[in-house]
Design a protein around this ligand. Structure first.
Ligand SMILES: C[S@@+](CC[C@H](N)C(=O)[O-])C[C@H]1O[C@@H](n2cnc3c(N)ncnc32)[C@H](O)[C@@H]1O
Length: 280
């Protein structure tokens, strides 16, 4: 079969499953199969696929039809300025999280060295992007899940950052190592009861550990704030990503632990997304 026909059939199947990006997804998955860029696919639609290529393409399309996210099928996701390796153990990096990087670059524009801790490092997209932008900064990343740390380590090697970042497997509650100028975290913040409202691609395929914020959505945020108040240096900053409806509660939790609220930022969808605070 030629590429054009295989893609046409795949589009019909994905469209039937209400996958709006059916053409783009089919082209991306064909690129994965042939290990070529997307423009090669578009320029070689009449090329014949061998049986092995066709079978692999059909397998990927079937998985996509079941709702598996493209990033898990390709094993890659672009974030800030780099392509990160991902698998089903890590949250797929989200564009709204890039707000954290933007803010750090603004706040520390003239800062040459800083000790940074990321709580819940996942794929490493946040910490590694900061470390690449600020070559004099030193980073520590922790995660409760050893499989996330494997992915993160892989990305550290890929981006040549192994001399600047240390990783620890730890629950935030048990982490007591070092003092930091800056702590960042995009913790799990979805209320357990709201899981059923998440898109199927997310609830069925992304790790619960990365999403589940307990009954009120705040259980991990509370832990992050409590522990940060011990690990942060005086005047150090804590930058948190939160859910659109958590601003007031999180501000109160921060104030109770001696943090001053510097700013609350909205994401591109106009949702409150990022709270910047300082330890006073
Ligand atoms: C929402 S994901 C964020 C991943 C990554 N930082 C990002 O922004 O894409 C939250 C991460 O926190 C980790 N995590 C959850 N509970 C934790 C805990 N109690 N202590 C440390 N890490 C935790 C999860 O394994 C997951 O990797």
């Amino acid at each position: 079969m030629i590429i054009r026909t295989a893609i046409k059939e795949a589009c019909l199947e994905l469209n039937k499953k209400n996958i709006k990006s059916y053409l783009l997804d089919s082209e991306i998955l064909m690129s994965k199969v042939l290990n070529k860029k997307r423009d090669y696919i578009i320029l070689n639609l009449e090329k014949y696929l061998n049986q092995k290529e066709f079978d692999y393409f059909r397998y990927l399309i079937d998985e996509r039809a079941k709702g598996k996210p493209i990033a898990y099928l390709t094993g890659k996701k672009y974030f800030w300025k780099d392509e990160f390796n991902v698998n089903e153990n890590v949250l797929i990096p989200r564009p709204e999280t890039e707000l954290i990087i933007e803010q750090i670059l603004k706040i520390y524009k003239n800062k040459k060295s800083l000790r940074v801790l990321e709580i819940g490092v996942g794929s490493g997209c946040v910490l590694l992007s900061v470390m690449k932008e600020k070559r004099g900064f030193i980073g520590v990343g922790i995660d409760i899940d050893k499989n996330c740390l494997k992915v993160c380590k892989n990305n550290i090697n890929k981006l040549n950052l192994s001399n600047k970042i240390s990783l620890y497997k730890s629950d935030i509650d048990n982490f007591n190592y070092g003092k930091y100028d800056l702590i960042i975290s995009n913790p799990p913040y979805i209320k357990s009861i709201d899981f059923k409202y998440l898109e199927k691609d997310v609830s069925k395929f992304e790790p619960k550990l990365a999403l589940d914020g307990g009954l009120d959505g705040l259980s991990e945020i509370r832990k992050v704030i409590n522990k940060s108040s011990e690990l942060i240096k005086n005047n150090g900053k804590l930058i948190l990503e939160v859910a659109f409806d958590q601003k007031s509660k999180v501000k109160n939790l921060l104030k109770e632990k001696g943090f001053y609220i510097n700013r609350v930022l909205k994401d591109l969808s106009n949702n409150d997304r990022c709270i910047i605070s300082s330890k006073i």
